[in-house]
Design a protein around this ligand. Structure first.
Ligand code: PHE
Length: 348
């Protein structure tokens, strides 16, 4: 008898373990524990057994029934429908919101420093006319210095664009942010301290340090008794806060038609700390901006009395500034939108 029970248990265990659905489990339940099952039939034989046997077999049969039930329940767990539960304590998946472009951050950072020095931010326009981009800046049509500022001209009839074209010249993509000086001085009178960021365009061949579109920030100040030392003071103060206290600036005499005197400013190379590297062409210095005292012709073109007012102006390359500060050796990286590059600037 005991052997028979063991055999039933083994069989049941094996078949239940192989069951692949709830229906199959139901069938096996009927087969092993149902009214016509072997186990039930054996129960019916108990009354005819000897007293001692009765207790022993009864106990063994109950145990067998319990075990088969246990096998059935355990196997049934595999087919339980996975209940969906919302666990409010579970940390959420990371949401990728994106980040600001490194150039936008540097641009804002520079503007913020000048704002703290008392400058006001005024945005210019990317489509300019020849008068604002050249003529008013003391670069007349036939002047050879127009060649220096190679320019993208636009095929736009004058009447199609705002009808505001002073001088009736061609439209163009501005080749520098200096026309912002003119736009502001036409409308407002001194005292003025203005910073004007934006994109500029030049048909340059693209390489590690040139792009046909890049970012500049124009700054200028017009008031009574303004002189070159004010310009130096502002630029020093800016460079110390943007780079570090130990930064050095070098002013080299230069020529711009719209400033007199003019200078180009080099900054001590932040990458090699002046020892010489490929970014500074082994010289220890990197050119970062052009500047000077606003030419009287420019003030006059904007209707400002140049006997009473003087001003200084500067224009810096934002890409250059970003490259120096974050040790980036190729301007193209800014514009290729490779996330592996851009994502390195989460903290900026
Ligand atoms: N506009 C000049 C350039 O793009 C920079 C500059 C601005 C120089 C203001 C002097 C004064 O090269």
């Amino acid at each position: 008898m005991e052997e028979q029970l063991k055999k039933i248990e083994n069989e049941a265990q094996q078949e239940i373990a192989q069951a692949e659905s709830r229906e199959r489990l139901e069938q096996l339940k009927v087969k092993y524990l149902g009214r016509k099952s072997m186990v039930t039939r054996l129960f019916t034989k108990i009354p005819v057994l000897e007293r001692e046997e009765k207790a022993k077999i009864g106990k063994a049969l109950n145990l067998l029934k319990q075990r088969i039930n246990f096998f059935l329940e355990e196997r049934a767990k595999n087919f339980e429908k996975k209940e969906e539960r919302i666990d409010l304590t579970f940390p959420p998946e990371k949401i990728n919101r994106g980040i600001k472009h490194i150039l936008a951050c540097v641009d804002e950072n520079i503007c913020e420093i000048f704002k703290n020095l008392g400058f006001m931010i005024v945005e210019g326009r990317e489509i300019e006319d020849e008068w604002h981009n050249f003529t008013a800046l003391n670069i007349p049509l036939e002047h050879p210095s127009r060649d220096v500022f190679d320019t993208f001209y636009l095929d736009l009839p004058v009447s199609d664009y705002g009808g505001e074209n002073k001088g009736g010249g061609k439209y163009l993509l501005r080749s520098h942010t200096s026309p912002s000086q003119i736009r502001v001085m036409e409308k407002r009178k001194p005292p003025l301290a203005v910073i004007s960021p934006g994109r500029v365009y030049r048909p340059d061949k693209v390489d590690a340090s040139h792009s046909f579109m890049f970012y500049q920030i124009e700054g200028f100040c017009v008031d009574k008794n303004i002189n070159f030392s004010h310009l130096k003071g502002v630029l020093f103060s800016f460079a110390k806060s943007f780079f570090s206290e130990d930064v050095k600036l070098r002013f080299r005499p230069h020529f711009f038609p719209f400033t007199e005197p003019s200078a180009e400013v080099d900054i001590s190379c932040m990458i090699c700390k002046g020892r010489g590297c490929s970014v500074c062409s082994q010289s220890g210095w990197v050119e970062v901006l052009g500047c000077g005292m606003i030419h009287p012709e420019v003030l006059e073109a904007c209707g400002i009395d140049f006997d009473r007012y003087q001003g200084f102006a500067f224009g810096m390359g934002v890409d250059r500034m970003a490259m120096l500060k974050y040790r980036i050796n190729d301007i193209r990286l800014f514009y290729e939108n490779d996330l592996r590059f851009l994502e390195q600037f989460y903290e900026v």
